[in-house]
Design a protein around this ligand. Structure first.
Ligand code: ZN
Length: 352
């Protein structure tokens, strides 16, 4: 049965650029935020940005407190939620990388309060999306939580994070080429809902990062902004679709499967990039272009560069469809055995 309406939750304010952190008080004032604010961070991100966020928020008249977490396991999340229940803040600020933003997203949604995303890294599209992943939960992929009320992304802070995170973010965006292909396939063959607008937005982000790869490699503010805007647009695409469909297809399933096969895995976006090479090959599309762009960016394009064994890549490709049997992709359609997966990994040069 299809619903007669479509619900979209979008961020209200997005500020991207150099020194944007100092604009937080304006954002608070425009959004009319009052009462108690809690800043969720980890010790590293607190030093990089959290402390400044606290000082800036204190000037707005908000009562500000902070809470530091280490990781994003089910237990950590319970601790954050207990803290929220105790302190009863009116708004939660997530200051950190993907893990912190995800923790802020899930815990604020469960307590029915808004959250504001202040990313310190750009390793994946979770900084603006309504979806979050929780380590150790029964679902190894992202689930719907809530979209941030605002996103304040300061490129001066983001540039301080290891460059590998930026490249991972690029991989996550480039992987939308195959995510959208899978979504279209599910629409054509399984009658799944397909939103052309959300799909176009995700595709446009992948195209813009591809076209601006050189600018990004130069580590210029302009390149970083292209990536940030692409990641935020991907988040918005998921908000519009009401699911991760426009941004997560067979290449993401491959990445999730690799997390299971090899626990010392690479970054999410790095794995999705390699996944996109493999599944683009299976779709019969231009996998060479994806590979050459990732290479140009300095992203991993082989099992060795990902730091995993050849056999792990083959195994991950083989079992990826089982991660989400209900999410139809090219992998579900082809249902490849081990040998066929090995042939694909070899043909694309991911393994020797
Ligand atoms: Zn992703």
């Amino acid at each position: 049965m299809s619903l007669s309406y479509h619900y979209m939750q979008l961020p209200r304010e997005v500020i991207v650029g150099k020194g944007t952190l100092s604009r937080l008080p304006e954002v608070v004032s425009r959004l009319g935020l009052k009462g108690k604010a809690l800043v969720l961070s980890d010790s590293v991100c607190y030093d990089v940005a959290g402390k400044t966020v606290m000082e800036l928020l204190a000037k707005t008249g908000l009562t500000v407190d902070s809470f530091l977490v280490k990781s994003m396991t089910v237990d950590d999340l319970i601790t954050v939620e207990e803290q929220l229940k105790r302190q009863k803040p009116h708004v939660l600020f997530g200051v950190g990388g993907g893990t912190i933003i995800d923790a802020a997203k899930v815990s604020s949604a469960s307590q029915n309060i808004p959250f504001i995303s202040v990313p310190t890294t750009v390793s994946h599209d979770g900084i603006a999306s309504p979806l979050a992943s929780v380590k150790g939960s029964e679902k190894p992929y992202s689930v719907l939580a809530q979209a941030p009320l605002a996103i304040v992304a300061d490129t001066e802070i983001i540039i301080k994070a290891p460059w590998r995170f930026v490249i991972s973010g690029c991989g996550d965006v480039i992987s939308k080429f195959t995510a959208v292909k899978d979504w279209r396939l599910a629409h054509q063959e399984k009658g799944e809902y397909y939103g052309g607008y959300a799909a176009s937005l995700a595709l446009m982000s992948a195209k813009l990062v591809t076209e601006n790869a050189e600018l990004i490699v130069y580590r210029q503010d302009e390149g970083l902004r292209v990536l940030l805007e692409a990641l935020i647009s991907c988040g918005v695409a998921m908000s519009i679709a009401g699911s991760s469909r426009p941004c997560s297809g067979s290449e993401h399933l491959f990445s999730h499967a690799l997390d299971h096969v090899n626990h010392h895995h690479a970054l999410h976006g790095e794995q999705c990039g390699v996944g996109a090479i493999l599944t683009s090959f299976l779709h019969g599309s231009n996998w060479q272009k994806i590979k050459s762009t990732l290479k140009q960016l300095g992203a991993p394009i082989t099992a060795k560069e990902l730091g995993v064994k050849d056999v792990d890549v083959v195994k991950a490709l083989q079992v990826a469809a089982q991660i989400r049997p209900e999410r139809y992709t090219i992998l579900h359609k082809l249902n490849l055995g081990y040998d066929a997966c090995e042939t694909v990994a070899r043909a694309t040069g991911i393994i020797d």
